[in-house]
Design a protein around this ligand. Structure first.
Ligand code: G6P
Length: 605
């Protein structure tokens, strides 16, 4: 939620900042802006809307020259998306410019105090209080002013700061929101995410909460919260710039859908040895727990719903799911015998972080399934299992989700063996099935052209239903969300057997019902449900396992998915639904990678 970037070097900063912002746009796209520094003067330009609007303005503004600068792309929280509320924000005297990702909870109180002291505010943002506060405390020593100002702030912040008195220097402060330093040769960077500078350097330093840094072209100096200089290790990013670019695909979403076989392979294969699943990162005695609670947000939550069904089935253990934004308000029954599994692609989601804190306060063990190495959630949890999906840029998750489901399936098998619920032979048999997932995912992508045709047929529908039973229902939740978030078409996921208890009133002539029928033990049940909606005029597009002949006489259109053991089908069967959402959104001319009102990582409550 909001992306920030900073650069200092010997070349003009604006191109690098704008390029970085474009790569960070998945974090928010309500407005964008940059500020650069030259000869002790800060120049700023900002515009509401996407980064492209800013690029146009920057091209017209010949004043924007400087070798160091900061940039921001916004997901509005305080104040409407507008030019004036766009970041950077400057102090009244023009000495400081800042960019901010996060929320300042006590901004109103600080603002009133500063206004009483004569400060003038231009925007409705919480961020402006930070820059005015820094200005207020600045008496020639910026480090001191930064420390004094941030000590006053309640909330979360990753900050980038420019000071007119400090040529070629940019400052970065991290507290509760992501911030990474990029160490280059004769140039240095900071950003909310590595993707912003991966085309310039792969050497990074992770800042921890409370730390701050000053960057010049030749030097990165890091301080702890007390202002003491500290040494931190650099790490090298293993993925390549191509991973953060579209590589010829029209959208990141399509590219990421196509990357799923590789992402699944990278996630699954290193954890299989001697035909058994190994989680070397997990040093827990699973027998200690009498229940599992899975919590997450959005698609990660829906991955958790699939995981719940698989774990419960194989481990014979109580598994509950709860959306992370609700968890802490329900006074949930959690104790030291509860294993709390949190799931997050970004590792930053504020509600999920709050759920971890709630679980830890009740002495639970927290295991995180997370994609971003070193992210807040990975650090907060007792154990982190990484999905190796690589960077995911499209706001709507695809490979993030499937790799999460794959890990949950592997965890279920591993835990079932640890608990003595399956024997060694069964352990090996399930592992063998799990190993097939990447190849099956690859074959599922062969449905691309057929799904596109069906999207051409159905894209004008204004409302749809996704129905399924048991695991298929859990997959419907994600299939329906995918469609909603990128095509803005209303859809609902329904447990197929529940439809007749009210919602069937909405089934009418021409209503599209997507029936997910991959869980074959319940095939006859879902076929009855298909007949119920067909009798009321619905058109049915069915998704079933290959070799399913029965389905052809029931549905108007059929998509057949390669077979795998039924409990692991969800990893595969979501892929055609992702493609369907993609092509429906494309036909409706939607901004697929950046759907309206959304942001990829939601760092506010
Ligand atoms: C936001 C995104 C969703 C995502 C959810 C959880 O709502 O728009 O696509 O599933 O956050 O994100 P996480 O990074 O925690 O998986």
């Amino acid at each position: 939620m909001c992306g920030i970037v900073g650069f200092t070097g010997t070349t003009d900063a604006k191109g690098i900042l704008l390029d970085g912002l474009k790569r960070l746009e998945y974090r928010g796209y309500d407005s964008a802006g940059i500020a650069v520094q030259n000869n002790n003067v800060i120049k700023m330009v900002k515009a509401s809307g996407k980064v492209d609007n800013l690029v146009e303005l920057v091209e017209k503004n010949k004043d924007i020259i400087g070798n160091s600068g900061i940039g921001h792309t916004r997901w509005a929280t305080h104040g409407v998306p507008s030019d004036v509320n766009a970041h950077p924000h400057m102090s009244t005297d023009g000495k400081f410019a800042i960019v901010h990702n996060g929320i300042i909870e006590n901004h109103a109180e600080i603002k009133a105090e500063l206004i009483a002291k004569g400060a003038k505010f231009l925007s409705d943002t919480d961020t402006e209080v930070i820059v005015q506060l820094i200005d207020y405390y600045y008496k020639g020593n910026l480090k001191e002013a930064l420390m004094k100002a941030t000590a006053r702030l309640n909330g979360s912040y990753a900050l980038g700061v420019l000071c007119a008195d400090s040529p070629n220097t940019i400052y970065a402060v991290k507290y509760s929101n992501p911030l990474i330093i990029g160490v280059g040769a004769g140039e240095n960077y900071f950003a909310s995410d590595i993707t912003a500078f991966i085309n310039h350097t792969k050497n990074v330093i992770d800042l921890d909460d409370g730390e701050f840094a000053s960057l010049t072209p030749d030097k990165v100096t890091i301080y702890d919260h007390s202002g003491k200089e500290i040494k931190k290790e650099e790490r090298k990013i293993t993925w390549d710039v191509a991973a953060a670019e579209k590589s010829g695909y029209e959208h990141f979403m399509l590219k990421e859908i196509m990357e799923q076989p590789a992402a699944l392979k990278a996630t699954i294969e290193p954890r299989i040895r001697d035909n058994k699943i190994h989680f070397d990162e997990l040093d827990i005695d699973i027998k200690k727990y009498d229940r599992i609670l899975i919590t997450a947000c959005g698609s990660a939550y829906y991955a958790g719903c699939v995981g719940r069904d698989i774990i419960e089935k194989l481990c014979k253990l109580h598994v509950h799911t709860e959306v992370a934004s609700e968890l802490r308000y329900r006074d949930p029954i959690i104790d030291e015998k509860t294993l709390v599994i949190v799931i997050s692609q970004s590792g930053e989601t504020a509600d999920t972080i709050a759920a971890i804190k709630e679980a830890k306060s009740k002495n639970a063990t927290v295991l995180a399934i997370v994609n971003v190495v070193g992210s807040a959630i990975a650090k907060l949890a007792d154990y982190a299992i990484y999905t190796w999906a690589g960077p995911e840029i499209a706001v709507a998750t695809t490979k993030g989700y499937t790799t999460q489901v794959a890990i949950l399936a592997m965890f279920a098998v591993w835990a079932a063996f640890e608990l003595g619920k399956i024997n060694e032979k069964e352990f090996e048999k399930y592992t063998e099935e799990i190993k097939k997932i990447p190849e099956r995912a690859q074959r599922t992508l062969d449905l691309n052209a057929r799904v596109k045709k069906l999207a051409d047929k159905y894209y004008q529908k204004r409302s749809m239903f996704f129905i399924g039973r048991y695991l298929d229902y859990a997959v419907c939740l994600e299939g329906s969300l995918k469609l909603k978030e990128i095509s803005y078409i209303h859809s609902e996921a329904y447990a197929a057997g529940e439809l007749k208890h009210g919602t069937i009133a909405l089934i009418e002539q021409g209503r599209l019902v997507v029936a997910v029928c991959c869980y074959e033990p319940l095939l006859d049940k879902i076929i009855s449900n298909i007949q119920q909606v067909k009798a009321r005029g619905a058109e049915v597009m069915a998704l079933a396992m290959e070799d399913n002949k029965k389905i052809f006489t029931e549905a108007d259109d059929v998509l057949l998915v390669p077979k795998i053991y039924e409990l692991f089908m969800p990893v595969i069967e979501i892929i055609p639904l992702q493609l369907f959402a993609y092509y429906v959104a494309k036909n409706n001319k939607c901004d697929i990678d950046k759907p309206k009102n959304l942001a990829k990582s939601v760092t506010v409550e």
